[in-house]
Design a protein around this ligand. Structure first.
Ligand code: PGA
Length: 257
């Protein structure tokens, strides 16, 4: 059965010292969590120090992005083997902020996904529609293009090692969350796309996270949906207690399946 994966995307927040402190707080908060896979994604700068804090605990380490090339003249970028060396487990790829502000495309998402998989790490592939796209009736076509683009050329074995984060752009950082039904419908649609590509058994094995203003108040409802397998959490992951307030209902949801 697929896992519930709850990841904190810290974005461009926290100095190194603050990151180490928050990581230690998260480690302490989730020490009794057994069913949910918990991950935290600090900035590149803090990754190595946070890696020391989470080593040997039940908290996994995630990076917020990666470059697809091995090394070389790519100022400002970090390669997958650099992440692997310090113990990164997951890499967030194709976040809507990357797509909106930094020119990420479905092609670059695909290159990054392949590179990360080739080094044994798990990509968290972010997809999601803008408000204009949803209101214009393009939800399904946008998700189809993003999923087909991200998974182009990936084998079924590779696909099994991916996580998808469905994040409606209009819900990210806005305080507006998709309703349980809206989220469930989109997740079921995405799972159907994966089934078309790889068959039902692979599609059933891939965790699909919800992201976009997920918080302790709405986590139980979202995580109770049959096709919602965790969350990618921004704002509410910046404090250990609110992050735990999302993980705890995830643990209950995992136990009841
Ligand atoms: P949010 O961010 O929880 O602050 O809406 C989610 C994300 O961007 O991954």
């Amino acid at each position: 059965m697929r896992k519930i994966v709850i990841a904190g995307n810290w974005k461009m927040n926290k100095t190194v010292a603050e990151s180490v402190k928050l990581a230690a707080d998260v480690v302490a908060a989730v020490k009794d969590i057994r069913q949910v896979v918990v991950a935290i994604a600090p900035t590149y700068l803090a990754l190595a120090k946070v890696a020391e804090v989470v080593k040997g605990t039940n908290v996994k380490l995630a990076a917020q992005d990666v470059h697809w090339e091995n090394q070389g003249a790519f100022t400002g970028k970090v390669s997958a083997d650099m992440l692997q060396e310090i113990g990164v487990d997951f890499v967030i790829i194709g976040h809507s902020e990357q797509r909106t502000y930094f020119g990420e495309t479905d092609e670059t998402v695909n290159k990054k996904v392949r590179k990360v998989l080739s080094l044994g790490m798990g990509p968290i592939i972010c997809i999601g529609e803008t408000l204009a796209e949803r209101q214009g009736g393009q939800l399904e076509s946008v998700l189809t293009t993003q999923v087909n683009g991200a998974y182009a050329g990936l084998s079924a074995d590779d696909a099994r090692r991916t996580v998808v984060a469905y994040e409606p752009v209009w819900a990210i950082g806005t305080g507006v969350t998709a309703s349980d039904d809206e989220a469930q419908q989109a997740h079921a649609f995405v799972r159907g796309l994966l089934a078309k590509l790889y068959g039902d058994s692979v599609a059933q094995s891939i965790s699909i996270q919800y992201g976009g203003s997920m918080k302790p108040e709405n986590a139980a409802g979202l995580l109770g949906q049959p096709d919602i397998d965790g969350g990618l959490i921004g704002g509410a992951a910046l404090k250990a207690d609110s992050f735990l307030g999302i993980i705890t209902p995830g643990e209950s949801a995992a136990q009841s399946t």
